[in-house]
Design a protein around this ligand. Structure first.
Ligand code: NAD
Length: 251
C-alpha cells in the first residue's frame, strides 16, 4: 500500500485485510503510519522485496505513482492506482508501465459511484442540459474531482453518440468569476464544493422540458472504496495491460 500512512491508505490497510485471500503486507509512505495493521513499514517502494508482493495499491500523490509504476513494471507486479490529479506526462508513464504489467487506474473505487456514472451516461441523451456538483472534504488538494471529470466525459460521449447538441450557454454577464463553474467539455459544467465533514459526494443534475433528474451518490466513509479496490487487485494480478476504471469489472 503506497500512501499507507494517509487517510485512504490506513482505511484500505485495515479493511482489505478482512477480505479472504488478501493480506496487506507493506505500507509505503514518506511518513510513518499511525497504524500498521500487521504490515511492515517502508519509506520507499524501492525497499520492497518483489518476492513478498503480488500487487501494489497506490493512494498517495502523483509523483509517487510514477515510482510505483516503474517498480511494478520492473518487477512485473500488478498495480492499482487510486491517486488522482496526475498530469499528462505522469499518465503517459503509467501507460508505459502497463506495457510490462497489469495496471488499473480509477478515479473512484466505490461501487455506488461507478454505478451512478453509468446511470448518468444512460440519462445523458434524454435531457437538454446537465451540470455536476461534486462535494468533498476540505483537505482534498485537487479540483475538480477525478470522478466528476470521468462522469462529465462519459456524459459528453453518450450525448455525442446520440447526436444530442447542448444548447448555447445562456449566461451573458458573470459578475463573480467562477459562478458558472468550469466547462469540462461539451457544455458539461462542474462545480466543486470543499467543506469539513464531507467525504466524497456527487450530484448529476439533468434538466429537460418540464422535468429534472438528479443522480446523487454519497461516500459517507472511506470503507466504501474497499470492495472496488479488492476487485481491482484480483483483476490486475491476472490481467496484463492498462485498464481504466472498474466499471467493466462489475457487469
Ligand atoms: P492523504 O494526504 O491522507 O494521503 C496521501 C499519503 O501519501 C500521505 O500519507 C503522504 O505522506 C503519502 N505520500 C506522499 N508522497 C509520497 C511518496 N513519495 N511515497 C509514498 N507516500 C507518499 O490523501 P488521501 O485522502 O488518502 O488521498 C490519497 C489519494 O487518493 C488522493 O490523490 C485522492 O484524491 C485519492 N483518492 C482516490 C479515491 C478513488 O476512489 N480513486 C478515493 C479517495 C481518495
Amino acid at each position: 500500500m503506497v500512501g499507507g500512512a494517509g487517510r485512504m491508505g490506513q482505511a484500505l490497510a485495515e479493511n482489505l485485510n478482512l477480505i479472504d485471500g488478501l493480506v496487506v503486507s507493506a505500507l509505503v509512505d514518506v511518513r510513518e503510519p499511525g497504524h500498521l495493521f500487521g504490515a511492515s513499514y517502508f519509506e520507499s517502494i524501492d525497499a520492497l522485496k518483489p518476492s513478498e508482493i503480488d500487487v501494489v495499491v497506490d493512494f498517495s500523490q502523483p509523483d509517487s505513482v510514477v515510482s510505483s509504476a516503474r517498480w511494478c513494471a520492473q518487477h512485473r507486479r500488478g498495480l492499482v492506482i487510486g491517486t488522482t490529479g496526475l498530469d499528462e506526462g505522469q499518465r503517459a508513464q503509467v501507460q508505459e508501465a502497463a506495457t510490462a504489467t497489469g495496471v488499473l487506474m480509477a478515479a473512484n473505487f466505490s461501487l455506488g459511484a461507478v454505478l451512478s456514472e453509468r446511470f448518468a451516461a444512460m440519462a445523458a441523451p434524454y435531457f437538454d442540459r446537465v451540470e455536476i456538483i461534486e462535494l468533498h472534504h476540505d483537505r482534498k488538494v485537487d479540483a475538480p474531482s477525478g470522478t466528476s471529470l470521468t462522469t462529465a466525459s462519459r456524459i459528453a460521449a453518450a450525448r455525442r453518440v446520440a447526436g444530442r447538441v447542448t444548447p448555447a450557454e445562456p449566461t451573458r454577464r458573470v459578475t463573480v468569476e467562477g459562478a458558472r463553474g468550469a466547462d469540462a467539455g461539451d457544455g458539461v459544467r462542474i462545480h466543486s464544493v470543499r467543506l469539513p465533514g464531507l467525504v466524497a459526494h456527487q450530484e448529476v443534475l439533468f434538466g429537460g422540458a418540464g422535468e429534472g433528474l438528479t443522480i446523487r451518490h454519497d461516500s459517507y466513509d472511506r470503507v466504501s472504496f474497499v470492495q472496488g479496490v479488492a476487485i481491482a487487485v484480483a483483476f490486475v494480478d491476472e490481467t496484463p495491460g492498462f485498464t481504466w476504471g472498474i466499471d467493466g469489472l462489475i457487469v
